[in-house]
Design a protein around this ligand. Structure first.
Ligand SMILES: Cc1cc2nc3c(=O)[nH]c(=O)nc-3n(C[C@H](O)[C@H](O)[C@H](O)COP(=O)(O)O)c2cc1C
Length: 217
């Protein structure tokens, strides 16, 4: 096994002792608690507080994961934007089940979500796209996300072409670019505690609302 002097990985130890999470303090539905933890991450200026690891089901049956940015959440679920023709886009089209994880490590918080993904309405993609910086808009036209390309020059050449194509005009939202919502069937909140006896509370969706259970750490 590779070693990293002077500190080995096995000597890296965090004591999780910031807070606790109890059934009494947990709201009846998970979005309020998610919002409280997200606000906590923002308040503490954590890096990339809206980043989540999104796992989908690969078309070979294996899992496939990457980071995306949360851009909103409501009863439809957790929203993110991407290229519908990307690897994840094809995987979601074939099987809408997915999982996402937020890690707010300095706050000893993890949120794990399981659910299914649906596309957001086209109008939402268009209005969000219109608000993005022009360079990002060009990037969305340039990138055939997840495709193997011959080299960096291919990207830079396409960037020049797209800048010429859209010179002196508003850049429309590409047809292949849009949003998804991950609608949870389960959300687990993990609060680090001392001696690795962490608090884990899991909400599961039922017809009338949510059930709440405590899991062993
Ligand atoms: C911090 C961070 C945020 C990212 N946010 C997004 C995002 O919101 N949407 C997106 O399509 N890719 C985002 N990416 C890039 C993805 O991780 C990934 O490389 C890309 O979506 C292609 O994934 P795929 O080939 O599995 O479809 C982000 C990467 C990082 C490191």
């Amino acid at each position: 096994m590779m070693d990293f002097p002077p500190t080995t990985l096995r000597d890296l130890r965090v004591s999780y002792d910031l807070d606790s999470l109890t059934e009494d303090s947990a709201p009846a539905e998970p979005y309020a608690l998610f919002n409280a933890w997200l606000q906590d991450a923002l308040k503490h200026h954590l890096p990339e507080p809206n980043a989540m690891t999104l796992a989908t089901l690969g078309q070979d049956g294996g899992p496939s994961a990457r980071t995306v940015l949360l851009k909103g959440f409501d009863e439809q679920g957790f929203h993110f934007f991407t290229n519908y023709d990307s690897r994840k886009g094809h995987e979601i089209a074939a099987d809408a089940r997915a999982s996402a994880v937020f890690l707010w490590t300095q706050r000893h918080h993890q949120v794990s979500i399981r659910g299914t993904i649906t596309k957001l309405p086209r109008g939402e993609a268009e209005s969000y796209f219109a608000a993005r910086p022009r360079g990002h808009q060009i990037g969305a036209w340039v990138s055939e996300q997840s495709r193997v390309i011959p080299g960096r020059e291919w990207l830079e050449q396409r960037q020049i072409e797209m800048e010429q194509r859209f010179a002196d005009q508003d850049i429309p939202c590409p047809p292949h670019w849009g949003g998804y919502a991950l609608k949870p069937t389960e959300i687990e909140f993990w609060q680090g505690r001392v001696s690795r006896l962490h608090d884990r509370l899991r909400y599961t969706k039922i017809d009338s609302g949510w059930t709440l259970e405590r899991l062993s750490p």
